[in-house]
Design a protein around this ligand. Structure first.
Ligand code: G3I
Length: 323
């Protein structure tokens, strides 16, 4: 029964969820869950570069402003996702022609216009998203092509200038699963920080699965992040049941319980993170039917805490019972 408990009141750190405005404003069971269970919000798509900055010199604030108003009215923290990414980039940036100075100016304008616009409304930003390949090399993106790896430190410095109060994050996936990538990310960010680049925290996305080698790998990574002096955000948690895309018309009792245990273990471990390093745990979607996993991988899956009818699954019940 969803009316009897509020997940975010069970823990002393923010519990977030990624949302799509259409469902948030028009689908009562969805909005009730967001309203009642989470106290932090990330836009799943509408604050990405393509949405906020569709044409050169043109910024589209409407949808994100509405979301910021929703957050203010409902007492939710708004987390900004994301300023610099290789996906969801507007075509005009991909096609932009200019020398290094022109690209630098473009990066600065993009970062600072957006961060300034949301100053006081956004508590933290995923400044750079997914800059590394799985083998630990840097991903070749338009930013990297035109500015070299310096685009990362530039983005953080520009963001800090525009909003000294927002927490600035580097966000990536497979940090726990892939030690090579984790080492590369930790090394770069630690070096940059030592040079005075304003990086406050690291987002571990947390797209994992019930057979995830060991939850302890995930927990070790969380601990490595805060012990290195960065805040840790479990920024995009979902726990897939069907990574190999088998036929799975429904979730089995066993899998639902395994999923519940994985999520509970992550929450219990996150609780032990010293509070100055806790930015929170954010789920990447509300109900299973909303999850990017189904559409992206075109497979049956049940990765979230609420089912297709927005009924609470064992994961939610377990958190409420044991936290
Ligand atoms: O809204 C349009 C709709 O009007 C159109 O008819 C439809 C046809 O394709 O597309 C809809 O937009 C889609 C949007 O999600 C909203 O559903 C985009 O095509 C689709 O590319 C977009 O996917 C998002 C993806 O990032 C790319 O932005 C996923 O929802 C979102 O969950 C996913 O999130 C990423 C994080 O930002 C970064 N980490 C990995 C994570 C999963 O890929």
């Amino acid at each position: 029964d969803l009316s009897s408990g509020r997940l975010y009141q069970k823990v002393n750190f923010p519990v977030g969820v990624a949302v799509e405005p259409e469902a948030l404003y028009n689908l009562p069971p969805y909005s009730n869950i967001v309203q009642g269970q989470y106290n932090s919000i990330t836009a799943e798509t509408i604050m990405k570069p393509e949405h906020l900055h569709p044409f050169e010199g043109v910024y589209f604030w409407g949808e994100a402003d509405s979301l910021a108003r929703y957050c203010e009215a409902n007492n939710k923290r708004l987390h900004g996702h994301t300023l610099i990414w290789h996906q969801q980039l507007p075509q005009w940036i991909i096609n932009f022609e200019g020398d290094r100075a022109a690209w630098d100016a473009l990066l600065k304008d993009h970062v600072q216009t957006i961060v300034t616009h949301f100053r006081g409304q956004v508590s933290g930003w995923d400044v750079v998203n997914e800059a590394f390949n799985d083998d630990g090399t840097m991903r070749s993106t338009v930013w990297h092509e035109h500015l070299g790896s310096s685009y990362i430190e530039k983005a953080f410095r520009y963001a800090r200038e525009a909003d000294p109060d927002a927490k600035l994050f580097y966000n990536d996936y497979s940090l726990a699963l892939n030690p090579k990538k984790r080492r590369a990310v930790m090394t770069l960010l630690t070096d940059l920080r030592a040079k005075g680049v304003p990086i406050d925290g690291i987002g571990m996305q947390g797209h994992i699965f019930i057979g995830f080698p060991e939850v302890s790998e995930f927990v070790n990574t969380m601990n490595e992040i805060w012990r290195s002096g960065f805040s840790v955000h479990v920024s995009e948690l979902d726990v897939s049941m069907n990574p190999f895309g088998r036929e799975m018309p429904q979730a089995s009792e066993t899998d639902l319980n395994r999923q519940a245990n994985v999520i509970l273990q992550i929450f219990q471990a996150y609780r032990q993170v010293p509070s100055q390093f806790q930015y929170g745990i954010t789920f990447w979607g509300v109900g299973d039917a909303d999850s990017w996993i189904r559409s992206y991988f075109a497979r049956d899956d049940y990765p979230l805490m609420f089912d297709d009818q927005y009924r609470a699954k064992p994961a939610y019940c377990k958190l409420l019972e044991h936290l």
